[in-house]
Design a protein around this ligand. Structure first.
Ligand SMILES: *Cc1c(COP(=O)(O)O)cnc(C)c1O
Length: 423
């Protein structure tokens, strides 16, 4: 059977041991009731059908118990975040003491920089990737200004080479050789949102630490997408959101990792609140501050339980599948997508995401010759939800939990139609 046929795609779906997980999700439909082909799990993951029941449980307990729900709810609210920790730790390759679900992503990035960006007179610069997600860039720029430094001069950009989109470790090493003793922090997107390049976190961390810098990652495009190994990477901290690949709903709470080596450090400067205080004595209220060890010690507030319920609904699915099976399927699915795209002709379609499956997750970032936003609009008209990034990139992320080989077949088929009509 030829690989570039719908029959082949159907066969792959039959062979796929995870294909039934699609049924656990609400798939958006067009106005005629036909399922759309959803390729934007990298932007907002789809809703698990069980999310409603998880949230309803908390609404009911709140209705029936009021404040008693803190201790008497089916899932008591006081320790609710603990119900997420182990699953979250498995997803990002960390130990439970290293992981906390709290706040939102950019807020967590700032809280981490309060502790891990500690500039001195001689060591104060920050390195980020030149194509960093805007929020990350704004966050580090504002940290530089906050400490009285210059947000242009003192921000070093790790840039792609001429005519390329990807970053090379040699170039980072060259920056560090030249400026390493002035750099306080390296903060990189673990999987770049634009190109889909998945960096070798351990390699970057080792380079940074060799030059005396702290190293942190924004893993918003990594969590639930690739088998992150945060503990082994040795990174000082990491942050991520839960509304992209982790399917926990728009604006849901974010994740945060602080390496075990920092778990018991009381010397690290940080912003604190009553939720960073010892759980046993938290409600004595008049106690001297007593810091919780581990990532929990960075919490400030009692968290929004309704959002955490949605996170729990999703993590329970991840827990059942396991990140290994997920990434195995992901490699096949994205590999098939890549294969089909190449059939359209490499003179027309250029994939800027790395070809090596180890250097990417499920997302492919596609440049189409002479394309503009009209192409993206035509895809949308054809029932394909993809993501357009100026100037000329379409990002498509076939996620292994709810996308199928047939989805991937159909998107390339539609793309072919659109391109043929144009010519
Ligand atoms: C999605 C994303 C964000 C968004 O930040 P919020 O604080 O959740 O609005 C920031 N950084 C990266 C790298 C992202 O992918």
């Amino acid at each position: 059977m030829h690989k570039a046929t719908l029959d082949y795609a159907k066969k792959q779906d039959e062979l796929d041991e995870l294909s039934n997980y699609r049924n656990l999700f609400h798939i958006p439909k067009d106005k005629h009731g036909n399922e759309l082909i959803y390729m934007t799990g990298n932007s907002l993951g789809l809703q698990p059908k069980q999310t409603k029941a998880y949230i309803n449980q908390e609404l009911e307990d709140w209705a029936n118990l009021g404040v008693e729900g803190h201790t008497e709810a089916k899932n008591p609210w006081l320790p609710y975040h603990e119900f997420l920790t182990e699953s979250m730790a498995n997803i990002v390759g960390a130990k439970p003491i290293e992981v906390i679900t709290m706040n939102t992503l950019t807020a967590n990035l700032h809280f981490m920089m309060v502790s891990f960006y500690k500039p001195t007179k001689s060591r104060y610069k920050i390195i980020i990737e030149s194509d960093a997600f805007p929020s990350d860039k704004y966050a580090v720029e504002s940290q530089l200004r906050h400490h009285g430094f210059d947000d242009k001069e003192d921000l070093i950009l790790w840039k792609p080479r001429k005519n390329g989109a990807l970053l090379h470790y040699d170039d980072l090493e060259a920056i560090l050789k030249k400026h390493g003793n002035e750099v306080a922090l390296i903060m990189i997107g673990g999987v770049n949102y634009y190109t889909g390049q998945y960096f070798d976190l351990k390699h970057i961390t080792q380079l940074g630490h060799k030059h005396g810098c702290t190293v942190g990652f924004d893993c918003a495009h990594g969590a639930g997408n690739v088998a992150l190994n945060l503990h082994d990477s040795g990174a000082d901290f990491a942050v991520w959101c839960t509304y992209k690949y982790l399917n926990s709903g728009p604006g849901s709470l974010a994740g945060c990792f602080v390496h075990e080596k920092h778990a018991y450090r009381k010397d690290l400067n940080r912003f604190t609140g009553w939720w960073s205080h010892n759980k046993q004595t938290r409600f004595n209220m008049r106690q001297e501050f007593d810091l919780l060890p581990g990532a929990e010690g960075w919490q400030l507030s009692n968290p929004p339980i309704l959002s955490m319920a949605a996170i729990k609904a999703s993590l329970d699915i991840f827990n059942e599948v396991g990140i290994k099976k997920l990434t195995n399927k992901s490699k096949k699915l994205t590999g098939y997508f890549e294969f089909l795209l190449k059939q359209l002709g490499e003179d027309v379609i250029k994939i800027i995401t790395p070809q090596n499956p180890k250097e990417r997750g499920c997302q492919l970032s596609i440049q189409v010759l002479n394309a503009n936003k009209a192409l993206h609009n035509n895809l949308t008209k054809a029932g394909i939800i993809s993501d357009w990034r100026e100037p000329d990139v379409i990002r498509c992320a076939p996620t292994p939990l709810y996308n199928s080989f047939q989805d991937v077949y159909h998107i390339v088929d539609k793309l072919k139609d659109i391109l043929n009509k144009k010519n």
